[in-house]
Structure formats: C-alpha cells, structure tokens
Ligand binder design. Sequence first.
Ligand SMILES: [Zn+2]
Length: 303
Amino acid sequence: MQKALGIDIGGTKILYSVLDKDGNILSEIKKTSTPKTAEEIISVLKSIIKEHYNNIDVIGLSSAGAVNLENTMVLSSTPNLPAGYNSIDFSKLSDKKVFVENDANCAVWAEYKSGSAKGFNTVLMVTIGTGIGGGVVSDGKLFRGSTGNALEVGSLKIFADKRQKCTCGRYDCWESYASGTGLKNCAKTGALEYPEFCTSIYKDKNPEELTTYDITDGVEKNDAFCLRVFEQWQYYMFVGLVGLTDIFNPDCIVISGGMCGFVDIKKLEEKINSESVVTPVKVKLAETKNNAGMIGAGLLALQ
Ligand SMILES: [Zn+2]
C-alpha cells in the first residue's frame, strides 16, 4: 500500500507523520518549531523527508496561504511565515512527488476521507478560530476556484452598510462577527446596547477589554448579558452557514477550530435545516482536529 509523509507547516510549529491512504497514522507524530527564515524551513523539511525517505512514496504539505494551481508553491501567506517563503518551489525538495495545498483545503479533505464527514458526498468545512477559514469537497473533488483561492469564507460580507471594521481593513466580513474576534466584537457592541450589561458580572469592566473567555465563562455562570452576547454570536454564525449551505448544497457541514467546542451543534443543524432551501444537511464537529492539515496533505498527495 502506498504511503505518504504528511507535513503541516504552521506559523509556530511543523507537524509530521507517515500515513496510509485511509488516513491511518503509521509513525509517531513529531513536532518541531517553525524556523524564522525560508532557508532554514527548506533545510528542516529536507531533513524530515530524509528521516522517512525509505518508507514513503509521496510527500504532502499543508500550509497557510494561497497555493498555485500546480500545487508546488505558496504564492502568498500569513505574516507568521518568513519573507522568501513564497518563492520556495516545494517540488524541488525531493525526487519523490511533493504536493502542497492550502491548510483549510487539507483540513476538509482529511474530514472527508477519514474524519467525521467520511461517507458524505459534498462537504463544507468551516474553521472558527481567531478568524474563519473554509473548504469544500464537492461531489468527491476539492473545490479550488479559478486560482486555488476559493472559500475565503471569513471575508464574506454579511452587511452592506459599513457597520463594523474588520482587522483586514474592510467592513463587515463574516469573521469580524462570527469568529473568536467576532465574539469579542459582539460583547463590545452588546455592552452599549443591551440593558443586561448593567447587572452583568462584567458591569464594571471596560467593554473594550472583554475577552472571549469572559463571555464563555459568563455563559456557564448563566450571566444574562453573556447569554445574550453568545446568542447573537451564534446567530451571526448561522447567517453565514445558511448562505453557504444554499450555495454549496452540502450533505455535511464540519465545524472545527478553537471556538467550535462552544457551538451548539444540534441547534445550529436544526436552524440551518429550517431556513436553507437545499436541505437536509448534517452538522458535525471535526474529528481530525490538530492533525487535519497533516492528514489531509498526505491523503491529497496520494490522490
Ligand atoms: Zn475582513
């Protein structure tokens, strides 16, 4: 059976392991810090490949950023990755096949092939962390768009009247309402608008300083203000997801990322199914979690 070396290049760490075509992890998952220069990244990747060279057929890399259509280079990436990273030709790292793909695309592929969306046909995955990322597998194929940049769902506009500035400099991106940052924004706005703030456990706190932890903790303590903020945040999440459901007609939506544990999945599923015109759709939590990029990259390289 063919085997892949899956490597996830993150802003702070590089994660890697050998996998088979079913996504089974065959070697210990190892971690190393992401070096600060492009040259050092190349040298770390070469030594990881050397370590497993005799035991693998292909190499799959998961990376943040926009990947070219040949899956050999990352054309633009996050500020977390060093200057020069965008000019690395990953296909030159080895004489074996090296395949690089965007991390959100790798993640949806991992869930589709070996995670909670296994057995489904069209899968939408949404990762809710500081921002929001997305990927779609449509009818068994990764949906990449004309330049490989499809599913920049965090930038989806949900209002047209410039209500709230996003960290990207534009207005009303979905991620400025429904991500972790979005929850903080909901708290800030809510403190000015909701009468419940006056009796909240946070009534003496500067609304600008309310954190996502404050709100989720307040929800657990049944604080009326936090409950209302949280409800609003979940509503924004629903607004984006129901739109994406109408567009992609998925049979499964997978939610992942640092904030996913707070989402009421059952309620979200009911609401999407009651409002979308293309239902039914299942909503599930991701299974591959931190290994999603690594597993997806390896499985895509084996395609
Ligand atoms: Zn934005």
